[in-house]
Design a protein around this ligand. Structure first.
Ligand code: GUN
Length: 171
């Protein structure tokens, strides 16, 4: 597997896209927020009234960074753009662990899009530590920090002791 070629480094992209630090690790900027808002009666997933229909962000991880385990209440669609492939590590509510490969090497198991199901714990690593990985994330209903939960590693390890190693790596 070769590192995809790219001419810009991470800091140049962070500057050009005006990204800021994200609490889960990495850098982001919201690029879209629908002006339309759900009334509570139109969602069956228990969101309070007023969530935007949908939001999108850019998300960049430097090679030595990771996104720590967290969960949100919407399905999150990841779209690969530039740099190294990334691995999305998911712990599903039934405790199944799944690794999804986000990248452009379609012949070797990577995909340009992946969906992380609502309510599952997940974190992200960069496959080539000397590089970076730039993607976008879209969610509907739109993102709200009240729907976002960073994992407490001790509680996550208690709940899923069989996944102790990856939880410790991505905390
Ligand atoms: N906006 C701010 N943080 C996030 C995030 O983690 N995911 C999505 N989809 N939007 C965000």
């Amino acid at each position: 597997m070769t590192t995809p070629s790219h001419t810009m480094d991470a800091d140049t992209i962070i500057e050009l896209l005006n990204l800021e630090q994200h609490p889960e690790g990495g850098y982001f900027r919201e690029t879209y927020r629908s002006p339309h808002r759900f009334a509570s009666s139109t969602t069956d997933a228990g969101f309070p009234a007023g969530r935007s229909y949908s939001t999108a962000i850019y998300f960049l991880l430097k090679g030595d960074q990771h996104s720590a385990f967290h969960r949100i209440r919407s399905d999150e669609i990841w779209h690969y753009h530039l740099g190294s492939a990334a691995t999305i590590h998911i712990i599903h509510p039934d405790s199944l662990y799944e690794a999804l490969y986000l990248g452009s090497d379609l012949e070797n198991g990577q995909q340009l899009q992946h969906v992380v199901p609502a309510g599952s714990w997940f974190g992200v690593t960069v496959n080539h530590p000397e590089s970076f990985s730039l993607s976008s994330c879209t969610v509907s209903p739109g993102f709200h920090f009240n729907d976002f939960e960073m994992a407490d590693p001790y509680r996550l390890k208690n709940a899923f002791p069989e996944h102790k190693e990856i939880i410790e790596k991505l905390s």
